[in-house]
Design a protein around this ligand. Sequence first.
Ligand SMILES: [Zn+2]
Length: 429
Amino acid sequence: MKRIMSLLAFLLMSWVNLSQLQANTLPYEKLFTNDRLRIDLIFCGNAQQEDVYLAGYQHESIWSGPKTGLVEPYGYGNYVYELYLGETCVFSKGFNSLFQEWTTTAEAQTVDKAMTTSLWIPYPKTELRLVVYRRSSQDGLLYSLFETTIDPNSKLIRHGAQQNWPIYTVQEKGDPENHVDLVFVAEGYSKDDMEKFRADCHRFAENLFAMAPYDQHRDDFNIWAVEAVSEESGTDLPHQDIWKQTVLNTHFYTFYSDRYLTVPDQTLAASLAANVPCDALYVIVNTDIYGGGGIYNYYGLSMSDGKYSAEVFVHEFGHSFANLGDEYYDNSVTYEEFFNARIEPHVPNLTSLVNFESKWKDMLPENCPVPTPQVPENEGKLGVYEGGGYMARGLYRPWMDCRMKTNRAPAYCPVCQRAIVRMIEHYTR
Ligand SMILES: [Zn+2]
């Protein structure tokens, strides 16, 4: 049965690829308006079983993503969502989710849970079929998880944002259509903290543009800030029984890990960006306690202050914007098996060597030994170093110490930088 499933998945994959070829020839204007549709979904299940349900639709402000090449070329993400007109794929995007992360924890072996995830698409002019695929951790192939037909004329698509917070412009460099629209959302900032929030946004922007490759791409970014007001300053620390009334209900101690800070309801986070162009959502949490998280095409977040706020922000943004994987492999996370070393991981900066050609093999110096010895002489040299993705064995990273590994690292490695540039180019074509 499993072999038949794999075969079916292979055929499906081939079909998806074939349709992608047709997709790029269809003009955006024929299929979509200039607006954005948010699709609210609920993912539920456990480590063995996963189901998806539709919770609703929201008509939002402008579509700020690319209007050509709507089918993403990267093959990133534990999930992919696609839109079909008949048999033709007209839009595709990968993403990760908090729910998927949770399914790799020990708790998911014995408990059932549900979590929200919202997907953004350009607003369709005609009925389109939405398919959400899940990547199998066993064979790396995509299996259909959820399907529905979107009727853009349905009277039940909500209009008007539920929360109308002021939008502050951190920097505006041009048309959202060919710029990366980064949205900072205030979390745990009271009314009296709003001036601090605006200053924090400028500091975060400067931290980003101080770092290669963003330093060469300042003019490719618009940065908007949502001045969402919380009742109280700070965030929740469940393990210390500290609870704050905040707009996004962020908390540390996610999956019982002290430093893992998350927004439990992603739809709520997405809804705060309803009135603003948005390609990348980043929540700044008003605290100096060390922590954060970053999930590809989902959200990133981290603490506003403290010694490493700049390093953690740039690290988490690497996850949420460019699908970079963690290059560290200590025991500081609660995932049981986040990556399967028997298949090639979908992140650009880790390899299991199963399909190294698809990663940074083209960048390696000639005669570079694989694996590359982890000796001081190799500091600052591109290689294939064993250890990464929370695993000491079986996964390899490109650099001894990259921003995706430690806070001590001065920069992203060349492989991470290339992946970030490619993502910027995707939004600025
Ligand atoms: Zn790296």
